[in-house]
Structure formats: C-alpha cells, structure tokens
Design a protein around this ligand. Structure first.
Ligand SMILES: [Zn+2]
Length: 427
C-alpha cells in the first residue's frame, strides 16, 4: 500500500523545508513530493490522507521514555508504550535502562529490541546503563550493549554519584561515539525531598529538593566532560542554574547537549498544592524564576531538545500520600499540545519547535531519524496545530494515566502517525 499525503504544510527542519505540497510514500520510504495528485488519487492501491490545513512533519523523536518492560509491566509495556508514542505523533522513542533487570548487558538490550520489533508500533532504541544495576559502582557492559544496539548510556532515575566512575564512563564511551546521558542530581542534597525546596514546600510542610541538587551535578558533569572530551547529554533540565551552566559550557566549546520536558516549561511547584501526586516528579517542578530561565534556554538554543521523560505508574501507586508516591508522569500524549504553546507564546517558530522534536534529538543520539527527505524511511506525523482539544486521561493509549494535565484545554491534535510507510495511528 502506498500513501499520499495531500495538500499539507510540509515542515522538515532537517531539509530547511517549509512549503505546502504533497508527499508520496511507497514501499516504506519517502518516494517523492509530487506536484499533481490526480493520478494517485484514482489508484486503489494508494491511500490518500487529506492534510489541507495541517502540518506534515517528520515523526517526532523522544529520547527519554520509560517503557517499564522488563519487570514493571503493570505500569507500561513495550507494546502500550509504543501505542502511546504513536498517539502522540512519535515515531521513534528511546527507552531508559531502569527496568528489572536493568538494561546493563547485551541480553537485556536484545530482549527489548526483539519485543519492540514484534510488538511495538514505533521505532525503539534502547539506552544502556552506565553502571551495573545502576548501582553507581562499576561500569556496565557498555561495549557489548553498544554492539547490541544501545545508542547511549545513562543511569537515569539515579545519578552516578562517584565522579571517578563518571570519568571512566566518559572515557570509555568515546570509542563508540555515543553520549553519557546524565540524570543530574546530588542524592545527598536531595535527601528525602519530594518536591522543589521553596515557599510552597514550606507551606505544605513537605521536604524539599533544592535547585542546588541539580546544579552541583550539572557542574560536575560538565567539568568531567571537559576533562575527557566526551559528549555529555543532560536530561530534564529544571533549574535556572543548570541553564546558566550549560550555556557557559557550550560557549567554551564543551560537547554538552540538553533536554527539557514539557512539564518543566509548563508548570511550577504551585501545581503541588492540594498534595497532587500527579505533580510529583524528579527533578521536581520548580519556581517561576526557573521556568522562565528554562524557556529562555529553549529560545536561545542552550536547550537543544524537548523530551518527555514519559514515566508511567499505576493508579494504586500514585493514589497514596504525597511522600510515598513514586516520582514521574506520563508525557507522550500531551507533548505536542503543551509544546505548541511555545509557538503561540512566540518562544519558538513552528519550524524551530519541530526541529527540537525531530532532527535535533535524532542527531544527539545519531539515530538517523527525524527527516522526511526523499529516500528516507517514511516516518511521518500529520497534525492540526490549531485544533482545540481537551486532555482526557481515560483516552490515553498508555497503560498509565498519571498526568497533571487531565481536563486541560489545549491546541494541537495528531491526526496521523506513519512508521515505515504504515499508518500506525489515526485520530
Ligand atoms: Zn531522570
């Protein structure tokens, strides 16, 4: 089956493309941009998608997803996580290694890839652990995981507290041309904190996590990246301090890239009021000063990409006292409408936003995705940026419903998601 996407505004930042036109997909690849469509529309073997008034772009790439399988299938599975990604317009996702067992050796990597190939609707690339069991002590089997298909290493969920271990990891990955991906947090400063340390935590009587907990580690990791010359990627930037440190490091020529989540540029710690466990995540939602600094970092390019940190948990796990609830929220199905707000607010152009969701994340991990140039795999999203939607968590394709955005009225609806030429989602 071929697919013709007709009359949409085609935006592909990887090609500097922004024009109204048609896209023809044949045998899983982007075949051409035909000027006229009559011939294809008469062909019964061509499925026609009317994209007039909509955006046609490379499928989104999310480099920070927790698929929970193996080990936590009650939260999410590779199958449901991929379903959720497709519904959100993502055609490629990168999954973090904090499963059970941890993805710290090639056999787990191979298991994830096999499952993804047989059950997943979208492309899945795994990230391997930095240290065995994410325990922070000795290096995981990075070489064999790279051979098996891992595109980066991270102990996400946990920081690597030992600077010497971090140094060894950075020295080691250079041979493979992959980044060390840092969950930047000083566990000692975080203590038993459950939200941002500030006025709101004081009012609520909850233990806080200071911004310094993140800033100290971002600083340490940048210093070690400078020492080793390795590529450092900083996850889920949440503080003004991190933005400042990354901006300065980039200026000095340090090979550092950074991501931000939609929740960190949308919400502040005020969302924790009423002890809503759907506003509990790590790093925590910060102050308005931090949120504004993060947005400035997005605008000036200090922050390279948007990633969701999709972190599914079951209802039972989140329906407990704030102190006891696990950190994290789902993000794949709300990322586009929340991110489009950056365009509405004049922070980014639509093309710049799409870049932060496509070619920019792809290039950080050398995925060779995030483009719809002729001959590329036909991974495409079609969306209506103006369509009003109301977030309804009951309609999520994810197994998990843990979102603070339920009931929010936003703009932006994915109408079609296409992976390798197959329509894997349509609204
Ligand atoms: Zn993390």
């Amino acid at each position: 089956m071929s697919v013709l996407i007709k009359g949409g505004r085609i935006i592909d930042p990887s090609e500097g493309l922004d024009q109204v036109g048609n896209v023809l997909i044949e045998e899983g690849i982007i075949k051409s941009y035909p000027k006229t469509t009559a011939k294809f529309e008469k062909d019964p073997n061509v499925e026609v998608i009317d994209a007039r008034g909509k955006i046609v772009a490379p499928g989104f790439v999310d480099i920070h997803v927790h698929l929970r399988e193996p080990g936590f299938e009650h939260k999410e599975t590779i199958r449901t996580g991929c379903d959720s990604a497709a519904a959100g317009g993502f055609t490629t996702i990168v999954c973090m290694p904090n499963t059970n067992p941890v993805n710290d050796n090639a056999s787990v990597t191979e298991y994830i890839l096999l499952k993804a190939r047989t059950e997943g609707k979208v492309n899945v690339f795994p990230i391997g652990a930095i240290t065995k069991g994410e325990e922070g002590e000795s290096l995981a089997q990075i070489g064999e995981m790279f051979e098996a298909g891992c595109v980066g290493v991270s102990d996400d969920g946990m920081p690597v507290m030992n600077s010497k271990v971090m140094r060894h990891a950075m020295e080691y990955v250079k041979a493979f041309g992959i980044p060390v991906i840092s969950h930047a947090e000083d566990k000692n400063l975080s203590g038993h904190g459950v939200m941002n340390e500030g006025e709101v935590s004081t009012l609520l009587g909850l233990e806080g996590i200071p911004c310094a907990s993140e800033d100290v580690m971002v600083s340490r990791d940048i210093t070690v990246a400078e020492l080793t010359g390795a590529h450092l990627h900083i996850c889920h930037v949440s503080t003004a301090g991190s933005v400042r440190l990354i901006r300065a490091a980039k200026k000095r020529g340090v090979h550092v890239t950074a991501e931000v989540t939609p929740h960190h540029f949308t919400l502040t710690d005020e969302a924790v009021n009423q002890y809503d466990t759907h506003a509990k995540m790590n790093p925590p939602l910060r102050s308005e000063v931090d949120r504004k600094a993060v947005i400035k970092g997005i605008k000036d390019g200090t922050i390279d990409v948007i990633a969701t940190d999709h972190a599914p948990h079951s209802e039972d796990e989140k329906k407990v006292e704030f102190d006891l609830a696990p950190f994290g929220i789902v993000g794949l199905e709300t990322a586009l409408p929340l991110s489009l707000k950056l365009v509405e607010d004049g922070v980014l152009t639509l093309s710049q936003l799409i870049s932060k969701l496509t070619d920019a994340p792809s290039s950080i991990l050398n995925l060779n995705k995030g483009t719809i140039k002729q001959g590329a795999a036909a991974d495409v999203v079609v969306f209506d940026p103006k369509k009003k939607i109301k977030v309804d968590r009951e309609k999520f394709h994810s197994k998990a419903k843990n979102t603070p955005f339920d009931g929010w009225e936003l703009k932006g609806e994915v109408s079609h998601t296409i992976v390798d030429g197959r329509i894997v989602y349509s609204a």
